[in-house]
Ligand binder design. Structure first.
Ligand code: CO
Length: 175
């Protein structure tokens, strides 16, 4: 089932999510719904707060459209190691759609998490997968990618987002 994606300035996006105590059918269903929502929106990642749930879980799939799907579901992810080396990549977010900016992140990260069966997993993520994981994990602490860019650039992106929201609202009014 497709879920509604929250956009800035929704205050839920700024809250800290809590650890999931039990990986049950409800969690598995939610992860599947999040994946469906993410694919529908052409996103590469989605974190639970973006659909209004303050629980530490996220989904990622960085496979290109023509490639086979590679869904990744992470519950209670923790970064246990990161490289000293950094990378800079242009990022966007379904919660501030159509706005992009370069963000500096670790080149490689090692993440421990629970999979949808409650099994402990360990993932070494590099390059763009590392970017996606760091971006989505930020959401679990109420952090949005624009928090990592200059105040001036952030202001510009938020202004453009606001304009887009107003335009959408007025279009709705006309229909
Ligand atoms: Co995002």
């Amino acid at each position: 089932m497709k879920m509604k994606i929250l956009e800035l300035p929704n205050p839920i996006l700024r809250q800290k999510s809590v650890e999931i105590q039990k990986v049950d059918e409800n969690i598995r269903k939610t992860l599947d719904d999040m994946l469906e929502t993410m694919y529908d929106a052409n996103g590469v990642g989605l974190a639970a707060p973006q659909v209004g749930l303050l629980q530490r879980m996220l989904v990622i799939d960085i496979a290109a459209k023509e490639e086979e799907k590679q869904p990744l579901k992470m519950i209670n992810p923790k970064m246990v190691w990161h490289s000293d080396e950094m990378q800079t990549c242009s990022e966007g977010c379904l919660s501030i759609p159509n706005q992009f900016a370069p963000v500096e992140r670790y080149l490689s990260v090692r993440i421990e998490y629970l999979d949808e069966n409650g099994q402990q997993q360990n993932l070494l993520a590099n390059d763009f997968l590392a970017v996606a994981v760091q971006h989505e994990m930020d959401h679990l602490d109420g952090v949005i990618f624009i928090d990592h860019i200059s105040a001036l650039r952030r202001k510009m992106l938020l202004k453009r987002h606001e304009k887009q929201l107003k335009r959408k609202a007025s279009e709705k009014g006309e229909n």
